[in-house]
Design a protein around this ligand. Structure first.
Ligand code: FRU
Length: 494
C-alpha cells in the first residue's frame, strides 16, 4: 500500500521534473529529479540494472524531511528516474528515512535497509533524533516497509553507544549466504565507531562487534560506512563529521576516510593498517559501493559537501549530484580510483596534441567544452631549469574560469573555483600533495557541465569540485611559468 505521503511525492516529482531542461543538468552524472539530493543509498545491481537511491527532499532545493529518490541505469552513466521509493510515513520514521543500502534476497526480492528517524522531545525547545534501522522489501519500483520495523534499535547497541547517532546501515551478503551490515554510531567518547551486525535471513539481525573505533582521531561521528574485500585486503570507508585538518591529507569539516587493513571473519575484528582520504577536492562525501556482475568494486559519492552547499542559490530547481562512478583497486596499500570503463564508450571527437612545448598561456585547436574527458601528461621543457607552475583553466571565458594548478617543486596540485561565478564566501580552493618527480605528472580530467573530477597518476589521488558557471564559458587554456612539455588527448563526452 502506497501511503499518502509517498503518493504526493511521486505526483509532485513527476510534474516538477518537467520544469528542468536537460541542458540545465549534468549529462552523465546523476542529479536529483527535483529539489534536493544528498547521499547515495541502496546502490545495487538488481534484475539486470543498477539501482541507485538517494537522500531526497523533492519539494525544495534544500535539505528537508528525507525521502528516498530512485534511479536505474544499465551503464551507470545514462540514468532513468523511477518513482520515489520511500517516504517518512510510519511512526518509526516520521522524521526521515535516512541513508541505507540494498541487497537481493534469494527469492528475488529487493531488500532495503535504512535509518528511521524520530524526533524525541528533551526539554523546552530541545529535540534529539532517535535513530533505528528499518527494512523495506520491493520489486525494484514499489517497496513495502517491513511489519516488524525497526529491526535494530537501542537494544542492539553495545554499552555506551548513543541511540541518537546510530545510522546509515550498509549491508552485504557473504558467499555462505549470511548477511552482514555496518552502521555508524557515536560511542561514549563522543567520536565515532562502526558497528557490525549479522543476519541469516536479512530480517532478524544481531550485534556482532565494534568493527572500528575512531577514538577522536579522525573527526567526530563516523557516517555512511562501507566495508568490503578488495585485492586481497579489506577496506573500510566512512565519512567523518567535524574533522580537524592534518597536513594535506585531511581537510576541515566533513571528510572522507579510507582505512585499509585485515579482517578476521571468525572474531569479527578489523585490524587497521593504513589510512588515507578518499577524495582531496572540495565536493565529495558519503560514498557507497556496489559489486558489479563482472566483479568490479564501484564507488559513487555525493558530489557536494555539507559546508559548501550554499554554493548554489536555493532558488535553483535542483541541488545535488553524484560523482562519476569510480572503479576501485588497492595497490601497495593505497586505494586507487578510476572512472568506470563504460565512460570510454561516450568518448568522441578525439583531439590529440603531442609534445607541445610552451611557456605563458596557450590554447589548443579543438580543446574546449564542458563535457570533456581529457588526459594530460606533463614533463619539464628544460630539465635543468624546472618550471615553477603549470595551470589548466576551464569553464573559461572573459569573466570566469576554474583552474587546476601544479607546482612541481612542492608537488602540490590545487583546484580553484573562486572565479566560477560563486557569490558565497565559502571554500573555493583546495590543495593536494601528489606524487611527482622532476615535474612529471599525469592527470585525467572529467568535466560534466557543473563539475570537475581529476584523477592524478592513474587514480592515486582524486580531486572533485562542483562549479555552477554558465555553460557559455567553455574555454580551456594552459599556462606555464617556465618551460613545460605536454601531451593532451581530449574527447567530447557524448
Ligand atoms: C550524511 C548524512 C547521513 C544521514 C543523511 C541524512 O550526509 O548525514 O549520516 O543518514 O545524511 O540525510
Amino acid at each position: 500500500m502506497t501511503s499518502q505521503t509517498l503518493r504526493e511525492a511521486r505526483k509532485y516529482e513527476e510534474t516538477a521534473e518537467k520544469m528542468i531542461k536537460k541542458e540545465e543538468r549534468p549529462d552523465f552524472h546523476l542529479s536529483v529529479r527535483t529539489g534536493w539530493l544528498n547521499d547515495p543509498n541502496g546502490f545495487s545491481y538488481y534484475r539486470g540494472e543498477y539501482h541507485l537511491f538517494y537522500q531526497y527532499y523533492p519539494y525544495e532545493s534544500k535539505w528537508g524531511s528525507m525521502h528516498w529518490g530512485h534511479a536505474v541505469s544499465k551503464d551507470l552513466l545514462h540514468w532513468e528516474y523511477l518513482p520515489a521509493a520511500l517516504a517518512p510515513d510510519e511512526k518509526y520514521d516520521k522524521d526521515g528515512c535516512f541513508s541505507g543500502s540494498a541487497v537481493v534476497l534469494p527469492d528475488g526480492r529487493h531488500l532495503l535497509m535504512y535509518t528511521g528517524v524520530v524526533k524525541e522531545h528533551q526539554a523546552d525547545d530541545v529535540f534529539c533524533d532517535v535513530q533505528t534501522q528499518c527494512l523495506a522489501v520491493g520489486d525494484g519500483v514499489d517497496y513495502e516497509k517491513y511489519g516488524m520495523n525497526p529491526v535494530l534499535d537501542w537494544r542492539d547497541l553495545p554499552k555506551g553507544a548513543s541511540r541518537y547517532d546510530f545510522r546509515d546501515p550498509k549491508m552485504w551478503q557473504e558467499k555462505d549466504g549470511t548477511y552482514y551490515c555496518v552502521a555508524g554510531n557515536r560511542p561514549a567518547d563522543g567520536s565515532g565507531q562502526i558497528l557490525l551486525y549479522m543476519s541469516k535471513d536479512g530480517f532478524k539481525w544481531e550485534f556482532k562487534s565494534i568493527l572500528a573505533a575512531n577514538h577522536n582521531r579522525f573527526g567526530k561521528m563516523w557516517e555512511c560506512p562501507d566495508f568490503f574485500e578488495l585485492d586481497g585486503t579489506w577496506v573500510l570507508l566512512t565519512s567523518p563529521q567535524d574533522m580537524l585538518p592534518k597536513g594535506f591529507e585531511y581537510h576541515n569539516g566533513n571528510g572522507t576516510l579510507c582505512l585499509i587493513g585485515d579482517y578476521d571473519r571468525e572474531t569479527y575484528t578489523f585490524k587497521e593498517k593504513k589510512d588515507q582520504a578518499v577524495d582531496y577536492g572540495i565536493d565529495f562525501y558519503a560514498p557507497q559501493t556496489v559489486l558489479s556482475p563482472d566483479g568490479r568494486r564501484i564507488m559513487i559519492g555525493w558530489m557536494q559537501n555539507w559546508d559548501a552547499c550554499n554554493l548554489r542559490s536555493p532558488e535553483e530547481p535542483w541541488f545535488g549530484q553524484m560523482s562519476i562512478p569510480r572503479e576501485l583497486s588497492v595497490k601497495n596499500g593505497r586505494l586507487y580510483q578510476w572512472p568506470i570503463r563504460e565512460l570510454d564508450r561516450m568518448r568522441s571527437n578525439k583531439t590529440e596534441h603531442r609534445n607541445i612545448s610552451f611557456s605563458g598561456t596557450i590554447s589548443l585547436d579543438g580543446v574546449k567544452g564542458r563535457r570533456v574527458d581529457m588526459e594530460l601528461a606533463l614533463r619539464p621543457g628544460d630539465e635543468e631549469n624546472l618550471y615553477q607552475k603549470f595551470a589548466v583553466r576551464f569553464a573559461q571565458n572573459e569573466q570566469y574560469q576554474t583552474s587546476l594548478s601544479f607546482r612541481p617543486r612542492e608537488s602540490i596540485l590545487k583546484v580553484d573555483r573562486k572565479f566560477s561565478g560563486s557569490r558565497r564566501a565559502i571554500i573555493h580552493q583546495r590543495r593536494c600533495l601528489v606524487n611527482s618527480t622532476g615535474g612529471r605528472i599525469k592527470m585525467r580530467i572529467i568535466l560534466d557541465r557543473f563539475s570537475v573530477e581529476v584523477f592524478v597518476n592513474d587514480g592515486e589521488h582524486v580531486l572533485t569540485a562542483t562549479m555552477y558557471t554558465e555553460q557559455e564559458a567553455d574555454g580551456i587554456s594552459f599556462f606555464g611559468d617556465g618551460d613545460v612539455d605536454m601531451d593532451v588527448v581530449k574527447y567530447d563526452l557524448i
